[in-house]
Write a protein that binds this ligand. Sequence first.
Ligand SMILES: CC(C)(COP(=O)(O)OP(=O)(O)OC[C@H]1O[C@@H](n2cnc3c(N)ncnc32)[C@H](O)[C@@H]1OP(=O)(O)O)[C@@H](O)C(=O)NCCC(=O)NCCS
Length: 188
Amino acid sequence: MSPVTERNTPPRTAPPSDASARKAVISCRRPTIDDAIRIWEIARDSRVLDLNSSYAYLLWCRDFHDTCVVAELYGQVVGFVTGFVRPTEPDTLFVWQVAVDESARGHGVAASMLGNLMDHLAHQGISRLETTISPDNAASIALFTALARNRYTTITKRELFTPSHFPDSHEAEELYVIGDESTQGAQR
Ligand SMILES: CC(C)(COP(=O)(O)OP(=O)(O)OC[C@H]1O[C@@H](n2cnc3c(N)ncnc32)[C@H](O)[C@@H]1OP(=O)(O)O)[C@@H](O)C(=O)NCCC(=O)NCCS
């Protein structure tokens, strides 16, 4: 599949800020192991994500918390992002899972979490984000397209994991790269 790239440029005027009122009540922070149960519940209830073991989410909160985020709305954890820095590309965050509790969707929670995470990691020289998305996940595609637009950068899509890579009936997972492609060349 040939890569598809969209380039975003900054607007001439400041964007309207009606979203800032909603964002005021969304607070983002790094998870602790005490968040792992809630993260597992949100993943389970999404009915879209591959649900990993509760133990896996504990390890994620313990060892990868710096590249993860949870969002609280009115003091309740309503969303999470799990990610890691790619070992072969230290300027690239790979986002593994993103989910927002159904009751809190459509209020910018996922966008806030991803923006928070990229801002948090920028001081470590991490400027690019990768994720994979199934072709039929319109919400996720819209989310990452909006992220690229909001950060005035590119979004590129290409084939990564095809159904033949999975032992079960898993859909394809296409790779989306937000930010300029690595000068080291794209690694699988
Ligand atoms: C995808 C998901 C995380 C979005 O969370 P959210 O907090 O509702 O998203 P936001 O409100 O921050 O929206 C961010 C952008 O995505 C768009 N978007 C969100 N849900 C959408 C949907 N169902 N259809 C189309 N666009 C959608 C928003 O319009 C916004 O784009 P915009 O700025 O251009 O308007 C949420 O729907 C979810 O948890 N889905 C189930 C799990 C999943 O599919 N995760 C992604 C794969 S790992």
